[in-house]
Ligand binder design. Structure first.
Ligand code: CTP
Length: 400
């Protein structure tokens, strides 16, 4: 799941559960949402603005009159730019204010000015939550279109048990994700993705391979599924969980990957070839374990099939995206590959740069197009990079 391009404004009120919302905000950030936090005065008694600022890398709004010349613009702009407003923990006070139309601080004012859906997550003492006035206010707000999550039942901070606990952060984030559904711009498209390394056997116990973790290709698959594509993921051996919702084909060698890709190529609209296919394999694979011999030892290697080049030969109107992970002459090498393999785009990255190497969760990519144009992207999560690659594919598909 990615919330790239989505803006969630989080209103934090004064309750002990405010500390859990730090985790909620952190999780939303990890999903690439843009998060702005507004804290009430009493929220700041429980958690500092600095905590949220450190996570969101954005100013936290704490004071209605702190910056008078900016205030008006900000409260309106936050209200307008929110795709979703989350209030957690929501106290009896904020629920009462919203139900009564009282706008006397930054949070109540901004919520009242927004047209975005508002998700309210109450957390308070269970007797307060059960209070008929609070319940009436909740019912009133529900009728007006506000969304609510039920508090959990369990042990409260004061030591007794009841219904009033803030739900756990992953549950809140799940609800936010469900409300901020990503765009389904790949609906109806079938995308074949390859990922991970290949392993080329030398004997029954040894192989040649590389450091590819598969993370980039898995991120592309996950992002494509979220955006509505039918995804076939052909994966070499990796140590990460397969994304939900893909048709998964596990392979080991380049030859197996070639077979799986060729079998599925005719029915797909686009191929994203992020696998690090071994260029060579052993000329002969020994049936028995090769025993230690003299001081020098050599293995005869022969070239593997270049899967992407083969696809480029038979591509017709399909979209082909390749990868070029380089250590030097990045653009020059990538430009050569786009031509040689007849690609629409190639995603180039310099694996020597910090944050762009194998196994990391981030990447720094450049997208080269066959017309020679290049777009540079900053350091971002592999999931965000995956969305940038898919944006490009959508653009090509639409222009056809
Ligand atoms: N590729 C492929 N089959 C191969 C080798 C590479 O399909 N046997 C694909 C990769 O999945 C990648 C692109 O081709 O999308 C470029 O791979 P890369 O290893 O960078 O380039 P090579 O053509 O192998 O050239 P070199 O290793 O000399 O850089």
């Amino acid at each position: 799941m990615s919330l790239k391009g989505k803006c969630c404004v989080v209103g934090v009120c004064g309750g002990i559960a405010a500390y859990k919302v730090v985790d909620v905000v952190s999780r939303l950030k990890k999903l690439d949402a843009e998060v702005d936090v507004i804290m009430t005065a009493s929220a700041q008694e429980f958690v500092t603005a600095l905590t949220f600022r450190s996570i969101t890398h954005r100013p936290v709004i704490t004071d209605m009159f702190g910056e008078p010349e900016e205030w008006d613009v900000r409260h309106i702009s936050l209200a307008q730019k929110a795709d979703l407003f989350l209030i957690a923990p929501a106290t009896a006070n904020i629920i009462g204010k919203l139900a009564s139309g009282i706008a006397d601080d930054m949070l109540s004012t901004t919520v009242m000015a927004t047209k975005a859906p508002v998700l309210i997550v109450p957390a308070m003492n269970y007797n307060m939550y059960a209070n008929p006035i609070v319940q009436q206010n909740i019912e009133k707000l529900k009728k007006l279109g506000y969304y609510f999550m039920e508090p959990d039942t369990g042990r409260m901070a004061e030591g007794t048990s009841g219904k009033g606990r803030l739900p756990e952060p992953p549950v809140i984030v799940e609800e936010v994700c469900a409300m901020l559904k990503p765009t389904r711009d790949l609906e109806g498209l079938s995308i074949l993705v390859t990922a991970g390394p290949t392993r080329e056997a030398l004997d029954p116990v040894r192989y040649l391979s590389n450091h590819s973790s598969g993370k980039m290709g898995y991120a592309v698959s996950q992002a494509a599924v979220e955006r509505g594509a039918d995804v076939i993921l052909v994966s070499g051996p990796v140590a990460i969980d397969k994304p939900m919702g893909v048709e998964y084909i596990q392979v080991t060698s380049a030859d197996e990957m070639y077979d799986a890709v060729m079998k599925n190529f005719k029915d797909c609209d686009a191929v994203v070839m992020s696998a690090a296919v071994a260029d060579y394999k052993a000329a002969e694979v020994s049936d028995l374990k090769i025993k230690k011999q003299g001081d020098d030892f050599s293995v005869q290697l022969v070239k593997n099939v270049d899967i992407l080049k083969e696809l480029g030969r038979i591509k017709e109107d399909k979209i082909l995206a390749g990868f070029a992970a380089e250590t030097d002459n990045l653009l020059e090498n990538a430009a050569k590959k786009i031509k040689e393999k007849n690609l629409d785009i190639i995603v180039a990255n310099d694996v020597t740069m910090e944050g762009a190497g194998f196994g990391t969760d981030t990447n720094i990519i450049k997208i080269l197009r066959k017309d020679g144009s290049v777009t540079d992207f900053p350091l971002m999560s592999k999931l965000s990079a995956a969305h940038c690659i898919l944006d490009e594919i959508v653009g090509i598909y639409k222009s056809k």
